[in-house]
Design a protein around this ligand. Structure first.
Ligand code: MRU
Length: 366
């Protein structure tokens, strides 16, 4: 997508052809800063510290992290250390483990001297595939938005989204935002309600920023607003992303997604989840019991970071010093609350049969 009119992906090879460039998302929307990753430790720290975040981007960054690691040590031990180090960064998004599996399959059986080139080729393909998949998600999801637009006779389609499942969370396009960008670019009138997404505020700092950069009309709302808007007929559909979808269609996504799905169900608002197939974990069935939920530091809840009027980024305390705080990063929305899964192969029912029919080659892995 475009930043200040220039096309930008979230991940690229630097001009030297081996270091990896990315955007420091911790500094948005205040500063657009790019960063150079040169080592396995750089890539692992970028994921752990959420300099990069979002399930598909975490996966692609991990793939390049393996490349950087193999430059230093392409032995079996080097490959294993790279995968262990990267896998330990964040627990919930399955794309990370998927990408490490892909990298191991691509290089593990090759002679040591061939591994670096093969790793860069596979990492580049993973990044390019992510862009193509998200573009396809955009085409399928756009049709849903166009249908509603037709029914509304030209009034803007009101879409609610949670967290950031935008282009910043992927290599390009985003998942939940791909249908929005494509519909907007095709001239469909729409407006997006952007949940702020406490505690890290990915909606406020990232989704609101990228939609605004693209000229998509949007309004930032406090996290608890969605139910009220739905009760008053102000939301036509919700589209969110996901970090892991189970074999039976349960959806794990940023904390608070479940409450939006409940409110949508109670108000008859369609609740869609957009995902690339690497986000499906066919090895897991019951999302509530089986998906590991990341627990992050209490300071993300008790402190808030923002910019002062003169542009300095500052962190302030918003709770009493020493108060206990819990910080669960994700929750699971049961499949029964999901209207449909928007994938690169079409809009599927959130059921075991729906997923297995669309992705038989992956479903057989269980
Ligand atoms: O903790 P984050 O910012 O990595 O969480 C991101 C999300 O929950 C996204 O909605 C999800 O990864 C889907 S991204 C296309």
């Amino acid at each position: 997508m475009k930043v200040d009119g220039r096309h930008t992906r979230t991940l690229w090879l630097e001009p030297d052809g081996w270091a990896v460039g990315t955007i420091d998302q911790r500094q948005l929307p205040h500063r657009f800063v790019t960063v150079r990753l040169e080592t396995l430790a750089d890539a692992a720290e970028a994921i752990r510290s959420m300099l990069v975040r979002g399930a598909p981007l975490i996966g692609a960054t991990a793939a390049y992290g393996v490349c950087l690691a193999l430059r230093a040590d392409a032995s079996d031990r080097g490959l294993a250390t790279a995968c262990e180090t990267l896998a330990a960064t964040r627990p919930t998004a399955i794309n990370l483990r998927w990408a490490l599996g892909e990298m191991t399959a691509a290089v593990g059986r090759l002679p040591v001297e061939c591994r670096v080139a093969a790793a860069y080729a596979r990492a580049a393909a993973i990044a390019d595939e992510d862009v193509a998949i998200n573009a396809a998600i955009g085409r399928h999801g756009r049709a849903l938005i166009e249908d509603i637009a037709r029914r509304k006779g030209g009034a803007p389609v009101q879409i609610l989204t949670h967290c950031n499942a935008g282009w910043l969370a992927t290599v390009d396009w985003g998942t939940a935002t791909a249908p929005i960008y494509q519909a907007h670019d095709a001239g469909v009138p729409l407006h997006v309600w952007v949940d702020e997404t406490r505690p890290r505020n990915q909606g406020a700092s990232l989704t609101a920023w990228e939609l605004s950069q693209h000229g998509v009309p949007c309004t930032l709302i406090a996290d608890n607003t969605g139910g009220h808007l739905m009760q008053h007929g102000l939301v036509d559909l919700a589209i969110v992303g996901t970090d892991r979808v189970t074999a039976q269609g349960d959806v794990c996504n940023k904390i608070g997604t479940y409450l939006k799905a409940l409110a949508a169900h109670d108000n008859g608002v369609p609740f869609y989840v957009a995902l690339p197939s690497p986000t499906i974990d066919f090895a897991v069935v019951d999302g509530i019991r089986e998906i590991p939920i990341e627990e992050r530091g209490a300071e993300e809840v008790t402190l808030m970071t923002g910019a002062t009027a003169d542009g300095r980024i500052e962190t302030v305390r918003i709770a009493p010093a020493g108060v206990a705080a819990a910080n669960y990063g994700f929750d699971v929305t049961p499949a029964r609350l999901v209207t449909g899964l928007i994938t690169e192969r079409g809009v599927l029912p959130a059921t075991r049969e729906g997923l297995a029919a669309a992705f038989p080659e992956r479903a057989g892995l269980r």
